[in-house]
Design a protein around this ligand. Sequence first.
Ligand code: F6R
Length: 604
Amino acid sequence: MCGIIGYVGSRSAQPILLDGLRILEYRGYDSAGIFIPGSGVCKAVGPIDELVKVCTDTSTGTSGIAHTRWATHGQPTEANAHPHHDMSETLWLVHNGIIENHQEIKEGLRARGVTFYSDTDTEVLVKLIGTFHQGNLRQAVQAALQVVRGAYGLAVMYERDPNTIVAARLGSPLVLGLGNDGNFVSSDPSALLAHTKDVIYLEDGDIAVLTNDSYEIISQRGAPAKRVSTTVDWSVEQVQKDGYPHFMLKETHEAPEVITNTARGRLLPEAGNVKLGGLEPILDRLSNLRRLHVIGCGSAYYAGLVGKYILEEYADLPVEIDLASEYRYKRTYPEKHSAILAISQSGETADTLASLQKAKQQNLLTLGVVNVVGSAIARETHAGVYNHAGPEIAVASTKAFLSQLTVLALIAVLIGRQRGLSRTDGQDIIRAIGDLPNLLRTTLGLEDQIKEIATRYHTYEHMMFIGRKFHTPIAYEGALKVKEVSYIHAEGYAGGELKHGPIALLDADFPVVALAPYDDVFPKMLANIEEVRARQAPTIVITTADAPEMGTLTSDTLVMPQTHPIVQPIVTTLVLQLLAYHIGVARGHNVDRPRNLAKSVTVE
Ligand code: F6R
């Protein structure tokens, strides 16, 4: 939610900031703005392309801050776009997060004669900083942050001191980039890759002062803090489209490589086991777990639902699952020998983070399956497994979801082998995970067929996805993907639920996508398909090569490769991702940036 970038150095700042904003655009894209000391501010409503059109000043300034917005307070208008300024119009601020007590502060400032031009909480914050500013920007920021409640990743500049950026973080992500010809601050390291891979992830409460050749970090306690720099192992190519029309398509096509990376060095084929370095120190505790509680939001939650099925089936481990946005508020019963596992691509999702913090306060062991290394959720957990899916730029999650399912299968083997999963069964699963990249390559070969089906179905206004057992959450995920990128009303249901209500919706205008791989619930799915067809609902059946002949049951059939049930959902999901992509494109939408959505939900 909102992306910020700042640069102070010896190069021209404008292209650096605009290029950075393009990479951060996935975090929000309703308006954007840039401030360069000496040149002033330019802002535009809409995507970064609109900003580029208005930033025509060939500025030579070598420092500045920039922002791409996902509106929380106030409409996406130019007045509400960042950067925002104080009363003197010399202090400029970009902010990602929410100032919860902004109304109260605003009233206090109004009483002192301060006026406001926007509806944003960010303007309140910069005006507050302005009231404390007497020449030392860092002290003014520090004083203001003691007054505010909420979350922020922010960068501030004082027009008369262009060689300094003050940045601060609480709750929202912020990373410093250390370059040879200047220093950077950004919401996400991906925006810095073209300039530097040396980064420092700020901790909550940190305030950093950046100049062209130095940086200083002050911790929440007000004392200088040492923070280790790390090297980001992502490449510039990974954050570019690489010839694909959309990031979503590129990231979907990366599936084979992503699974290879997720599994690399982790499979022990001979032992029928896996090696997960991040969980090794707590292996004993995992073996003795009585219950695992899984949390996540959106697709990550659906990955967790698949995890519940497979951990219960293969690791003999009772699993409870909750939406993180519910877990954090509900009464929980922390038990001895239980743990909580948070699943998150970004590692930033506010509800997931808050749930983890709650669990930690209740002395639970906290675990994570996270893609972004060094992110807040990764740092909040006692132990965990990184996905190694690489940066995911398209707003709708694709490759990260596949890697989450892969990690969950690995965890199921790790815990399962301690709790009765036989070596032979472990070997079967390891073989299937090892073969998966090839199967995914074969699955990508179905794309022309999927595209052709998408062109025939994209005009419907409703769609239902059904599956059973491991494929019930995949039906939810398929429906979510279609909703997000095509705005078609889509529902996901367990096949067995059809007759309990949703079948009433079905008619010739309500197509059904039936997930029917050849597994132990295949006959039940066949029965569902017959029921659906009897209501004249157009049907797309996604099945596997080993499934018996389906005769005249179906209108459209996609035959994907058959694999072990524990990883079959990964293959099925790839088909659904391609289907959603092509439906969204056929409807003329920008599938990378669906309306009203942003990639990381760092506000609650
Ligand atoms: C759906 C999607 C979202 C995310 C959810 C959690 O395509 O991307 O539903 O899965 O916002 O995000 P993370 O995994 O970053 O916690």
